[in-house]
Design a protein around this ligand. Structure first.
Ligand code: ATR
Length: 271
């Protein structure tokens, strides 16, 4: 009997996860059914419990339920605990186990797919919301020289700095305070691009050879990617590779097989 998974979100109609997991299943010969599940904004827990009762084996969780998934879990990986949010749930007789594969997906995309080693690099993370919190521990695990977290609301960057200080050299700053600094890798984890807004940044932020990464993706380069291209970034990337890599880690957790992501990334790019 095929194993059954869903991606739960609201909205969820746009999610590419079913496409990605279908490609992984075909590639690895796994018998998997993977669908979208729209949960009411106040109905996440009921949606998970019903799916579990129907025999579901696990779920991916997307906006706005990642924190609720974290709260619902009986056990979780250390990286999920630190992230404060879960994007992958595994159901078993023992309960719900949670992981957060977003950060490892981002780091794999940067290091493996884009060929940009983070060790020794000066890294800037823009944003201090859920998306930023989910990726900082895996970035620090790649041993950058340091990570600066910049955010519009200073207190949120400071809180993340305190949370992640045990795991590497990490500082908090306002965007204005970045003036005079340069970074080898700049990661946009804000939701500003979603609203078509570009954050006002000091000049000369991007070091020679720098990689600028927007965790959002769209058919066109995001406003932030365009800004980076115009201001000296050597390499600019969107979050499509991260999306496929985080899915691959979830697939591995569920099926015990690691799919090949390259073919799937190329296929999605071509669509
Ligand atoms: P997510 O789960 O996507 O991280 P979030 O937790 O609401 O969503 O966080 C959104 C992030 O984008 C925050 O860092 C937010 O900055 P504030 O903490 O100051 O609100 C940032 N953000 C969104 N729009 C922005 C804008 N126009 N300028 C600067 N930062 C913005």
């Amino acid at each position: 009997m095929s194993k059954h998974y869903v991606v739960i979100g609201n909205p969820v109609a746009h999610s590419k996860s079913p496409l990605i997991h279908a490609a992984f299943a075909q590639q690895t010969g796994q018998d998997v059914r993977y669908e979208r599940l729209l949960a009411p904004l106040d109905g996440f827990v009921n949606a998970v419990r019903s799916f579990q009762a129907e025999g579901g084996n696990g779920a991916n969780v997307t906006v706005p339920f990642k924190e609720a998934a974290w709260q619902l879990a009986d056990t979780m990986t250390p990286r999920a605990r630190l992230a404060g949010a879960a994007n992958t749930l595994v159901f078993s007789d023992l309960g719900i186990h949670a992981d957060n594969t977003d950060g490892v997906g981002l780091v794999t995309d940067i290091q493996k797919n884009l060929g940009y080693a983070l060790a020794g690099r000066r890294v800037l993370v823009m944003g201090a919301g859920g998306a930023a919190r989910g990726v900082i521990a895996p970035i620090l695990a790649a041993l950058p020289a340091f990570v600066v977290i910049a955010n519009r609301t200073a207190a949120k960057a400071a809180a993340l700095r305190t949370l992640f200080a045990p795991f590497g050299i990490v500082e908090a700053a306002s965007y204005q305070a970045l003036a005079g600094m340069q970074f080898d890798c700049v990661i946009n984890a804000t939701s500003a691009s979603l609203a078509g807004q570009v954050i006002d940044l000091p000049d000369a932020l991007f070091a020679t050879g720098s990689l600028v990464y927007d965790m959002m993706y769209a058919t066109q380069p995001t406003p932030f990617m365009q800004y980076a291209q115009q201001h000296g970034a050597a390499q600019v990337a969107d979050g499509l590779g991260m999306l496929v890599e985080q899915a691959a880690v979830a697939f591995h957790l569920w099926q015990g097989v690691m799919p090949d992501t390259h073919a799937v990334i190329s296929h999605l790019r071509a669509l």
